[in-house]
Design a protein around this ligand. Structure first.
Ligand code: SF4
Length: 389
């Protein structure tokens, strides 16, 4: 079967197992079983990709990850692995074999904050040490990733400074709720405080000499917009030129939906059958109506390339302002920030605009058997957040 001619952006979730215990993600309570996780045969059926993100769970839990990467390099121009950085030896060994690979290590703040949020003993030290080792080996495409929440927002700028000193990328995200995170209750409480820290980061990024950082400034401007529950600044085209595949071979538009949206299954179908199926088309129609307004790099980066004039115009305006001011960007450029400050909208109204839904049942996206086993692993005394009601 011929492959699709156009190169896609793919995210490969190689496992739902995770060794961390993050406060914003219950995935560790709802892991996949190794026997059911994506096989090399299924990975070989993926299409040509311009960019591939490998993620989990914690992808380095899979000891056959080097084999997976070898296969994906046949299909993809660029690969970035998202990891918590804990398995230093495995990461370094992989980086020796693939020095061109990208590694993003999730660090959720300075040492104390990170270790509290991630529930991983010595998590910060190990992650930081892994990054330093990779840098020392001469790897170029390495960086931090941080999910911003009330607890770690004050650490945003100090962590950015550390990444900048080390010459590394600094990626941000905000709390989300979805089947992927097995969570429905994530929410930012003190929006102005978090936005003010993002505003500082935006101004710091705009000052940089690297154009890539100016566009990261735009991304962080979009994060402020997101945490105030406003419509995305750019359309979402997930499932059109971008896809996710989970450990069961289910192909999905993204990881931001409340329930798992399945376009087809690559264990059972060829890529072309799946991608052009009526089921995939039905998912694309739902994406066009999707109201979750996510602002995650996986859906925003392709949109920033496709609708480049919009972020480029924003960058140009703020670089010009920067000629006359040290702080060319203000969070109050966003009308919703002014309205909240001026009492025209309430916190309750903003909360209702978020995806937080404390009463909702959590869909973990597990197979029936994995869900049963996850439930059996729980201590007596009630259901976990990671299971269906
Ligand atoms: S806005 Fe886009 S990325 Fe978010 S859930 Fe909807 S389709 Fe997925």
């Amino acid at each position: 079967m011929a492959r699709s001619a156009r190169k896609l952006n793919g995210t490969v979730i190689v496992t739902y197992r995770c060794n961390a215990r993050c406060n914003m993600c219950n995935r560790y309570k709802a892991p996949s079983r190794p026997e059911e996780e994506l096989s090399i045969e299924t990975i070989r059926k993926l299409p040509r990709m311009g960019f591939t993100n490998i993620t989990g769970g914690e992808p380095f839990i899979r000891t056959d990850l080097p084999q997976i990467v070898r296969e994906l390099y046949r299909l993809s121009d660029r690969i970035v692995i998202s990891t918590n950085g804990y398995f230093t030896d495995r990461i370094v060994a992989l980086a020796k074999e693939f020095p061109q690979i990208g590694i993003r290590i999730s660090i959720e703040g300075l040492e104390k904050t990170n270790d509290e949020i991630r529930g991983l003993e010595n998590g910060y030290r190990r992650g930081y040490q892994t990054l330093k080792t990779l840098r020392g080996m001469g790897m170029k495409d390495v960086g931090f990733g941080m999910t911003v929440q009330d607890r770690n927002a004050p650490d945003l700028l100090p962590l950015y400074d550390i990444s900048d000193e080390m010459g590394m990328e600094f990626a941000t995200a905000s709390l989300h709720n979805s089947f992927y995170f097995v969570e429905t209750k994530n929410i930012i409480h003190d929006r102005p405080m978090v936005a003010m820290n993002l505003e500082r980061l935006v101004n710091r990024l705009l000052k940089s000499k690297a154009p890539k950082k100016w566009f990261r400034a735009y991304f962080n401007h979009g994060l402020i917009n997101y945490i105030y529950g406003q419509p995305r600044l750019l359309p979402c085209d997930m499932s059109f030129d971008t896809f996710f595949i989970d450990p069961y071979g289910d192909v999905m538009p993204c990881n931001g939906t409340k329930d798992k949206e399945v376009m087809g299954n690559l264990n059972a179908q060829t890529w072309d059958e799946l991608w052009h199926s009526p089921r995939a088309e039905a998912v694309r129609r739902r994406v066009r109506q999707c109201d979750r307004q996510c602002w995650m790099i996986g859906s925003v980066s392709p949109a920033m390339h496709r609708y480049i004039w919009k972020p480029a115009w924003w960058v140009l305006r703020h670089k010009l302002k920067g000629l006359f001011s040290d702080h060319p960007y203000s969070m109050y450029e966003n009308r919703i920030c002014r309205d909240y400050r001026d009492g025209k909208v309430t916190k309750e109204q903003l909360d209702r605009c978020s995806t937080c839904d404390a009463g909702a049942a959590v869909n973990d996206g597990l197979s029936e058997r994995d869900r049963r086993e996850a439930r059996d692993r729980q201590p007596p005394g009630g259901p976990t957040k990671g299971e269906n009601a």
